[in-house]
Write a protein that binds this ligand. Structure first.
Ligand SMILES: [Zn+2]
Length: 324
């Protein structure tokens, strides 16, 4: 009996041992597998594992980035803007400059035709106060550039578009009449020149002089030199407004009268012109007629605004084909 009881006790101890061993084994295995559980294992303190359990975190997988767009390639670098330079316009081949005004503005002349019979048209002797004469000259230049056949084979036409560019630059009105010296250029020619003249019937809207002597002004000197170079066989000087056609010459120069009559026949401009009683001392057409023997006329446009282009195209045709 005593032996039997002892055998039973021994068996119980063994079973308890086996059970305890089993529990320890299971616990150990659980700690191995679970990092969370490991933190709760007794004996573990301050994150130090009794089992030096190393847990390697799963590597972070970097996702493959989407393909980036190709950089935009600029084929040419953007030009850096330099200073604004306006290319010099090529002057027309038929343009030349006969000289310069007091304020250094060019006096431009345009030539049409290559014939030996030279004709000359002058506009703008009273500058900006008769601006429509310059506008007419520009219209005629434009027309002849388009229609060079208008000029007869034997002729050459010169158009001086503005003999008084300083006056034109100053004002398109009464203050644009004289040159930079205050001289009326149609009172400055070296024939019948007067330092002063009776102003009755004359233009009196601003003080003007005839210059210091006949031909004292560079604008007049330049045109005298040009006339003596090309020897025109007839001359028109355009003015405005309203008085009609004046024939150059004092005393009368018959070829100027014949030219004036021929122009009056194809235009509405009266000839003889209306006589206001003004003493036109030192004027250009008297000088041309009486000093150089050139048939010359002054034509006054109808007003200070219009160019009377159609009318003056007829005048031009007569003028180009006219001979004394
Ligand atoms: Zn005038």
């Amino acid at each position: 009996m005593k032996n039997s009881r002892l055998g039973k006790l021994t068996a119980l101890i063994w079973i308890a041992n086996l059970a305890a061993g089993l529990v320890v084994t299971i616990l150990f295995a659980w700690v191995q597998l679970s990092p969370t559980a490991a933190a709760n294992v007794p004996g573990k303190a301050n994150g130090q594992s009794l089992f030096t359990l190393t847990i390697t975190p799963r590597p972070t997988i970097t996702p493959i980035p989407p393909p980036t767009r190709r950089a935009t390639i600029t084929p040419w670098p953007t030009p850096i803007p330099g200073p604004s330079v306006t290319p010099m316009a090529q002057p027309p081949a038929n343009r030349s400059v006969i000289g310069y005004s007091i304020e250094k503005r060019p006096q431009e002349v345009f030539r049409f035709g290559q014939g030996d019979v030279h004709k000359l048209i002058v506009a703008g002797i009273h500058g900006g106060s008769e601006i429509n004469t310059i506008q007419l000259a520009d219209q005629l230049i434009g027309f002849l550039n388009e229609h060079p056949e208008y000029v007869p084979q034997n002729a050459s036409l010169y158009i001086l578009r503005d003999i008084n560019p300083d006056g034109t630059a100053r004002d398109h009105g009464v203050d644009g009449r004289v040159n930079a010296n205050g001289v009326d250029l149609n009172h400055n020619w070296p024939y019948n020149w007067k330092l002063d003249w009776n102003r009755d019937g004359c233009w009196i809207w601003r003080p003007v002089t005839g210059g210091t002597y006949g031909g004292s002004e560079p604008e007049v000197q330049n045109l005298i030199n040009f006339i003596d170079k090309i020897h025109p066989q007839a001359l028109i000087s355009y003015h405005s407004a309203a008085l009609g056609i004046f024939s150059g010459g004092k005393p009368d120069f018959p070829p100027s009268i014949q030219l004036a009559q021929a122009i009056a026949e194809v235009s509405d401009y009266p000839f003889p012109a209306i006589d206001t009683g003004c003493d036109y001392s030192g004027n250009m057409t008297d000088w041309a007629a009486n000093v150089r023997g050139i048939p010359a006329v002054d034509i006054e446009l109808t007003n200070h605004r219009d160019t009377d282009f159609d009318q003056n195209l007829r005048v031009l045709q007569v003028f180009l084909n006219w001979s004394r």
